[in-house]
Design a protein around this ligand. Structure first.
Ligand SMILES: C[S@@+](CC[C@H](N)C(=O)[O-])C[C@H]1O[C@@H](n2cnc3c(N)ncnc32)[C@H](O)[C@@H]1O
Length: 278
């Protein structure tokens, strides 16, 4: 699959017509005022990764990001992590994402949270970043490398746009010791846009791109526990108005069932890492 066809396939997977309106309606149905939003109102829908906002805040703590730091959120989706970093720590965040509807909806939601001065969106590919060398103090990536086959280029681009000594925090899905992955999963309906590597290969790729490892954690067991608690809480009830099903549509149930099965059968793992640009 060439780069353009691949980019279109990723956009097709995540994109959903008029997503901003759908999210605003879901917020209203959940009892929120869409004209006066707080970033935490959006957490059920804008933290598109394992363990939601809790994992985002843990990673921020681990990374030790400082107020005023300019952070690049690679594949930042709707900007949930970006708004959390801006609101809670005082970072300035640029979100780079390939999915046009996410960039559009993310910018609209950010403005309604009053954070447009600190969080901006750039629609483009992490493999050809529209940024100058050493433009950022820190880089951030949560569950956004799974669609990217050319990981040396991905981490090379992150290294290029980071200042020397800058922090790179990642939270990713990696391949488990068993294959294949059961599809559909939240990041791909078919294997063509799924490109997982084993945890040790992932960290070696980041190091080879010019980083020193500060911390590496396998959080697979905690993710399984989080899914088990979520399933118990939801047992028998209807889906709430606001949740990741708003992004994923009718495949949501099958995707999340497969996610749990893939974790249980050791077909995928979930890792966090913090690195420093050498
Ligand atoms: C599962 S979502 C995670 C979004 C966000 N990081 C979060 O945790 O809420 C994966 C994101 O990666 C983005 N993505 C995939 N490939 C990309 C690429 N080559 N360049 C930029 N973004 C990409 C997708 O558009 C999507 O928004």
């Amino acid at each position: 699959m060439n780069t353009l066809v691949h980019a279109q396939a990723v956009d097709d997977h995540y994109g959903r017509a008029d997503l901003a309106t759908t999210i605003l309606q879901a917020l209203q149905a959940a009892g929120k005022d869409p004209d006066r939003l707080a970033p935490e109102d959006l957490a059920p829908v804008d933290q598109f990764h394992s363990r939601g906002i809790v994992a985002t805040l843990e990673l921020a703590e681990r990374a030790g990001l400082a107020a005023g730091a300019h952070v690049l959120d690679v594949g930042g989706g709707l900007g949930g992590a970006a708004r959390a970093l801006a609101q809670r720590i005082g970072c300035r965040v640029t979100v780079l994402d390939l999915t046009r509807e996410y960039c559009h909806a993310g910018a609209l939601l950010t403005a309604r949270c009053g954070l447009a001065e600190r969080v901006r969106f750039e629609c483009g590919s992490a493999l050809a970043m529209p940024f100058a060398d050493a433009a950022f103090d820190a880089a951030w990536s949560q569950h956004s490398s799974m669609n990217i086959a050319d990981k040396p280029r991905l981490y090379g681009e992150i290294a290029r746009v980071l200042k020397r000594g800058g922090t790179f925090a990642l939270h990713e899905i990696a391949a488990g010791p068993r294959a294949p992955v059961h599809f559909p999963v939240p990041w791909a309906r078919t294997p063509e846009i799924s490109h997982l590597v084993a945890p040790d290969e992932l960290r070696a790729l980041v190091v080879a791109a010019g980083f020193a490892e500060r911390e590496w954690i396998d959080e697979t067991d905690r993710v399984l526990d989080w899914f088990a608690r979520g399933a118990a809480a939801a047992a028998g009830g209807a889906l709430p108005p606001l949740g990741l099903h708003v992004l994923l549509g009718p495949d949501f149930g099958a995707m999340f069932a497969n996610q749990v099965r893939n974790l249980n059968e050791e077909r995928i793992r979930v890792v966090q890492g913090v690195f420093e640009r050498r």
